[in-house]
Write a protein that binds this ligand. Structure first.
Ligand SMILES: [Zn+2]
Ligand SMILES: [Zn+2]
Ligand SMILES: [Zn+2]
Length: 259
């Protein structure tokens, strides 16, 4: 199994429009962070985690030419609004793309994108729309996706929740403010862990700051932990140097091999 980080930035992305801070003007490519997305190369195909606004550019940059299924963590705009870029995968004769979404978020998804999900909106002859076949998932109930067993778990994310996932020895958590006991139980024994983090200090109501992510990483005890969903307040080089051993910042395009 291989994990490719497609986008490792927070909702504003890095650089932030109109910002001239050291990280926004950095020439290090690892300081250019698009919105959150990742790809899991599973035995049965490619599973896309979230459809961020830069999806097309991310897939081109990572030279990924097929997506066989999509997994949504939650429905914030920075995780969903590149959904139209899935269209290319459902127009190449493979049919609707199997798409996994928290069961409780299905109604909101169909309301937000009626042109995709409402049968009452017809596609004009000669044109196409993305076709995604939604399957709801629930905390703790493992789903078999592209031959892999995926166990989702709920994480508090301010007024809403997001869902992390465990696949084999990988634990993947974005947009969490806390890891509840049930999540920690499912994550026990992972070899590689991904956690969200924004910046050092100044606790945020809906996300881990770096200190909170370090604490969670130590508690889970994975051999390698990667931080994603980072803001322009942390530069790759400085953050990498300051993190404890075994914890490192992810960056767009980074790939990690797992057994
Ligand atoms: Zn900046
Ligand atoms: Zn979010
Ligand atoms: Zn987010």
């Amino acid at each position: 199994m291989r994990l490719t980080f497609l986008g490792t930035g927070t909702s504003f992305g890095v650089p932030v429009i109109g910002c001239s801070c050291a990280n926004c003007t950095s020439t290090d490519p690892r300081d250019r962070r698009t919105r959150h997305g990742a790809l899991l190369h599973l035995a049965g195909g490619n599973l896309l985690i979230d459809t961020p606004p830069e999806l097309r550019l991310q897939l081109l940059a990572a030279r990924i030419d097929r997506v066989d299924a999509v997994w949504y963590t939650h429905l914030h705009a920075d995780h969903v609004h590149g959904i139209d870029d899935v269209r290319i995968f459902s127009t190449r004769g493979r049919g609707a793309v199997p798409t996994y979404i928290p069961e409780e978020m299905k109604p909101q998804m169909t309301v937000r994108f009626p042109y995709i999900f409402s049968d009452r909106i017809a596609v004009p002859r000669g044109t196409t729309k993305p076709r995604l076949d939604l399957t709801g998932y629930q905390e703790g109930m493992a789903a078999t996706v592209l031959g892999a067993r995926i166990t989702p778990f709920r994480v508090p994310h301010g007024p809403t929740d997001a869902f992390g996932l465990r696949v084999g020895r990988l634990g993947y958590v974005t947009d969490a403010k806390r890891l509840p006991a049930a999540a920690r139980e499912i994550l026990a024994g992972v070899e590689v862990l991904v956690l969200n983090a924004l910046w050092w200090g100044s606790p945020h109501p809906t996300h881990f700051n770096v200190e909170e992510a370090i604490e969670a990483a130590r508690d889970i005890g994975a051999r390698r932990t990667f931080l994603t969903h980072l803001t322009h307040k942390v530069g790759y080089r400085e953050l990498a140097a300051a993190l404890p051993p075994g914890i490192e910042p992810a960056y767009d395009g980074l790939t990690v091999e797992l057994d």
